[in-house]
Design a protein around this ligand. Sequence first.
Ligand SMILES: Nc1ncnc2c1ncn2[C@@H]1O[C@H](COP(=O)(O)OP(=O)(O)O)[C@@H](O)[C@H]1O
Ligand SMILES: [Mg+2]
Length: 335
Amino acid sequence: MPDAIVAEGLVKRYGPTVALDGLDLTVPEGTVTALLGPNGAGKTTTVRVLSTLLVPDAGRATVAGIDVLRDPRTLRSRIGASGQYAAVDEYLTGFENLEMVGRLYHMGVQRSKARARELLERFRLSDAADRPVKGYSGGMRRRLDLAGALVANPPVLFLDEPTTGLDPRARLDLWDVIEELVAGGTTLLLTTQYMDEADRLADSIAVIDHGKVIARGTADELKTLVGGDRIELTVDNADNLATAAQALKGLADGEIHIEQGLRRITVPVADGSQALVSAIGKLAEHDVKIHDVGLRRPSLDDVFLTLTGHEAEELINGNGHTPADKLAAVEGKTR
Ligand SMILES: Nc1ncnc2c1ncn2[C@@H]1O[C@H](COP(=O)(O)OP(=O)(O)O)[C@@H](O)[C@H]1O
Ligand SMILES: [Mg+2]
């Protein structure tokens, strides 16, 4: 399968901030790739470069066979993009918004109107078609914004955090819509902070951190990469955390993570349910009372912790933690 998106060595700096630090990425035609990473990782910058909105400081990229830097105008007519902040006109109706996009693509009045109606129907917005967008819910706005990206039937689509900020119901709705969309063969690069979203929608996941792709694979491959399941347990009394950690050491397949404030211990284990039974037994032996215990699949945080040595959330504050920092932090919490 030829690649619909190829990026090589993309670099983008904002003053001292390195937003993209030699980013490489390929997306085979007709597939969905999720660019998965925390706030500030460089997801939006990547999408902006690939959709011609931003010129990188170094590197090259082609989308749909067109050179992004040499031929941005041609490329613009072949891609659709929908942003984290829905770019719709508040004072126009849903119908007028889509019709306007059609006109911008020089589709002519009749075709623009017909396309607007068709998309409103497909995105379950027909009933709200003639109401100003001002009164739309967040989920409706996102669907309209997504519809706008599809007006010109682009073979390649970029969606930047399509469900961030939506309530769970609207999120599921949008996932359905996106799934229908890609069933039609559109190549999609979507960005997300959520492992479950990448898991559900993407054929392949590229994990991005500090402007670089640090891992690539299917959701299952990434989870395997970071080990098996996690036993997550909360103890009744924080004073027992160290005892609990000690008792569970033999079961751990990797580093035990302790969160003092939450009275929580996370233990990576190879054989999930077997280890869970043993863990409960061991804690009983050591008289550690358990408040809550469960087994879960690795999360984005686990992927990050394992691959980078820092937790996804820490990046939100712009703290680039090294593995040594993290070890110190974990040890600090154990004491
Ligand atoms: N216009 C800008 N001016 C200065 N810094 C920026 C600008 N846009 C993004 N950045 C910085 O570049 C980095 C990557 O940002 P971004 O691509 O928006 O990340 P993400 O979309 O993954 O949250 C961040 O550190 C961010 O603060
Ligand atoms: Mg972003």
